[in-house]
Ligand binder design. Structure first.
Ligand SMILES: C=C1C[C@]23C[C@@]1(O)CC[C@H]2[C@@]12CC[C@H](O)[C@@](C)(C(=O)O1)[C@H]2[C@@H]3C(=O)O
Ligand SMILES: O=C(O)CCC(=O)C(=O)O
Ligand SMILES: [Fe+2]
Length: 333
């Protein structure tokens, strides 16, 4: 059994809002083998900021191989996990603390930077025997996620009638693009108070995130009116999440979505999330082809590097784009 160490369970906050939509479990499910998927993706990005995809072409055997490796790692003794790290914060193993500014949740995780399409080295002395097999699975998975993210961004460009089909996808397929892979493990929470935070509410800063979990629930999304819905787990599909950068690139036509994970009492949730970001020098500014006559950017100009630096000074639940919004902007419905 995994027993998470300090901070103690009493230091983990309860969920901020438990206002839920009664019996609402609808997450748009998009079949990528269907030609109408392009329009459905754009509609879901505009109305909700999340959806899930099936018939995505990613091999289940690969997913299971990575999940097995992650499970094996997380079942190591606590001291063996604690020594797995990277010289570059925030990468490597983490336990309960999320980010540098005091956020805590009921989870442990492995965070990997991706360099030239492969995981950047994390020192794992206690996982030596399985390291090569694990890294192969990580790298194959990263390649599959990059292809899927690129396909989704091409469909988004097409659905938004942007002539250069790779205007968005090229931001994340560039060899210098800044991507992260995260493996989250939420052990069963023994003394579950109702609604204990697994991973606190937040938006993802990148363009899109692709999330896959085992069959244990806990993931929730905020609707535009502030109510929360639970997304039933679906190990055969991927959840796709609109991030802050895609909100800016579309000048607010898409909005990044707040999401969170609620701790579970009896079962262990394992998730793997791929965050597709652009190169650090990339200017994040609305795509010119999308702008109507006289439309102005709602945001000050910034690069992905600047946004990331600012993000790491914020708390998880902060509205990070607020700092980059112009005081007056024209809103597009
Ligand atoms: C509290 C924080 C953790 C985070 C960096 C931040 O300062 C604000 C954004 C957080 C987030 C959310 C999505 C991803 O899980 C993540 C890796 C990212 O890119 O931004 C995390 C950051 C983190 O865990 O370091
Ligand atoms: O673990 C999950 O299911 C979601 C985690 C998440 O939102 C994140 O890591 O940014
Ligand atoms: Fe997230």
């Amino acid at each position: 059994m995994v027993v998470l160490t300090t901070p103690s369970i009493d230091q983990i906050p309860l969920l901020k809002s438990t206002k839920q939509v009664p019996h609402f479990t609808y997450v748009p499910t998009i079949d990528l083998s269907k030609p109408e998927s392009t329009l459905s993706i754009v509609n879901a990005c505009k109305s909700l900021g999340f959806f899930k995809v099936k018939n995505h072409g990613v091999d289940m055997e690969l997913i299971e191989r990575l999940e097995d490796g992650a499970r094996e790692f997380f079942s190591l003794a606590q001291y063996e996990k604690e020594i797995c790290g990277s010289t570059k914060a925030p990468f490597g193993y983490g336990n309960k603390r999320i980010g540098p500014n005091g956020d805590v949740g009921w989870l442990e995780y492995l965070l990997f930077a991706i360099k030239n399409g492969a995981v950047d080295h994390v020192s794992m002395p206690s996982f030596q025997a399985s390291y090569n097999v694990f890294c192969s699975a990580l790298n194959e998975y990263i390649s599959a996620m990059r292809n899927l993210a690129s396909q989704l961004l091409q469909q988004i460009a097409k659905g938004l009638l942007i002539a250069s089909g790779d205007a968005l996808s090229s931001l994340i397929t560039n060899e210098n693009s800044d991507q992260i892979l995260r493996l989250n493990h939420y052990p069963p929470c023994p003394r579950l108070k109702s609604g204990l935070t697994g991973f606190g509410e937040h938006t993802d800063p990148q363009l899109i995130s692709i999330l896959r979990s085992n069959s244990v629930g806990g993931l929730q999304f905020a609707l535009r009116d502030g109510r929360w819905i639970s997304a039933p787990p679906d190990p055969n599909s991927f959840f796709v999440i609109v991030g802050d950068s895609l909100q800016v690139l579309t000048n607010g036509r898409f909005k990044s979505v707040r999401h969170r994970v609620v701790a579970q009492e009896h079962k262990s949730r394992l998730s793997m999330i791929y965050f597709a970001g652009p190169p650090v020098s990339q200017r994040i500014t609305p795509l010119p082809e999308l702008m109507q006559d006289g439309e102005e950017s709602m945001y000050r100009e910034f690069t992905w590097g600047e946004y990331k630096r600012a993000a790491y000074k914020t708390r998880l639940a902060d509205y990070r784009l607020g700092h980059f919004e112009k005081e007056t902007g024209n809103l597009i419905n």
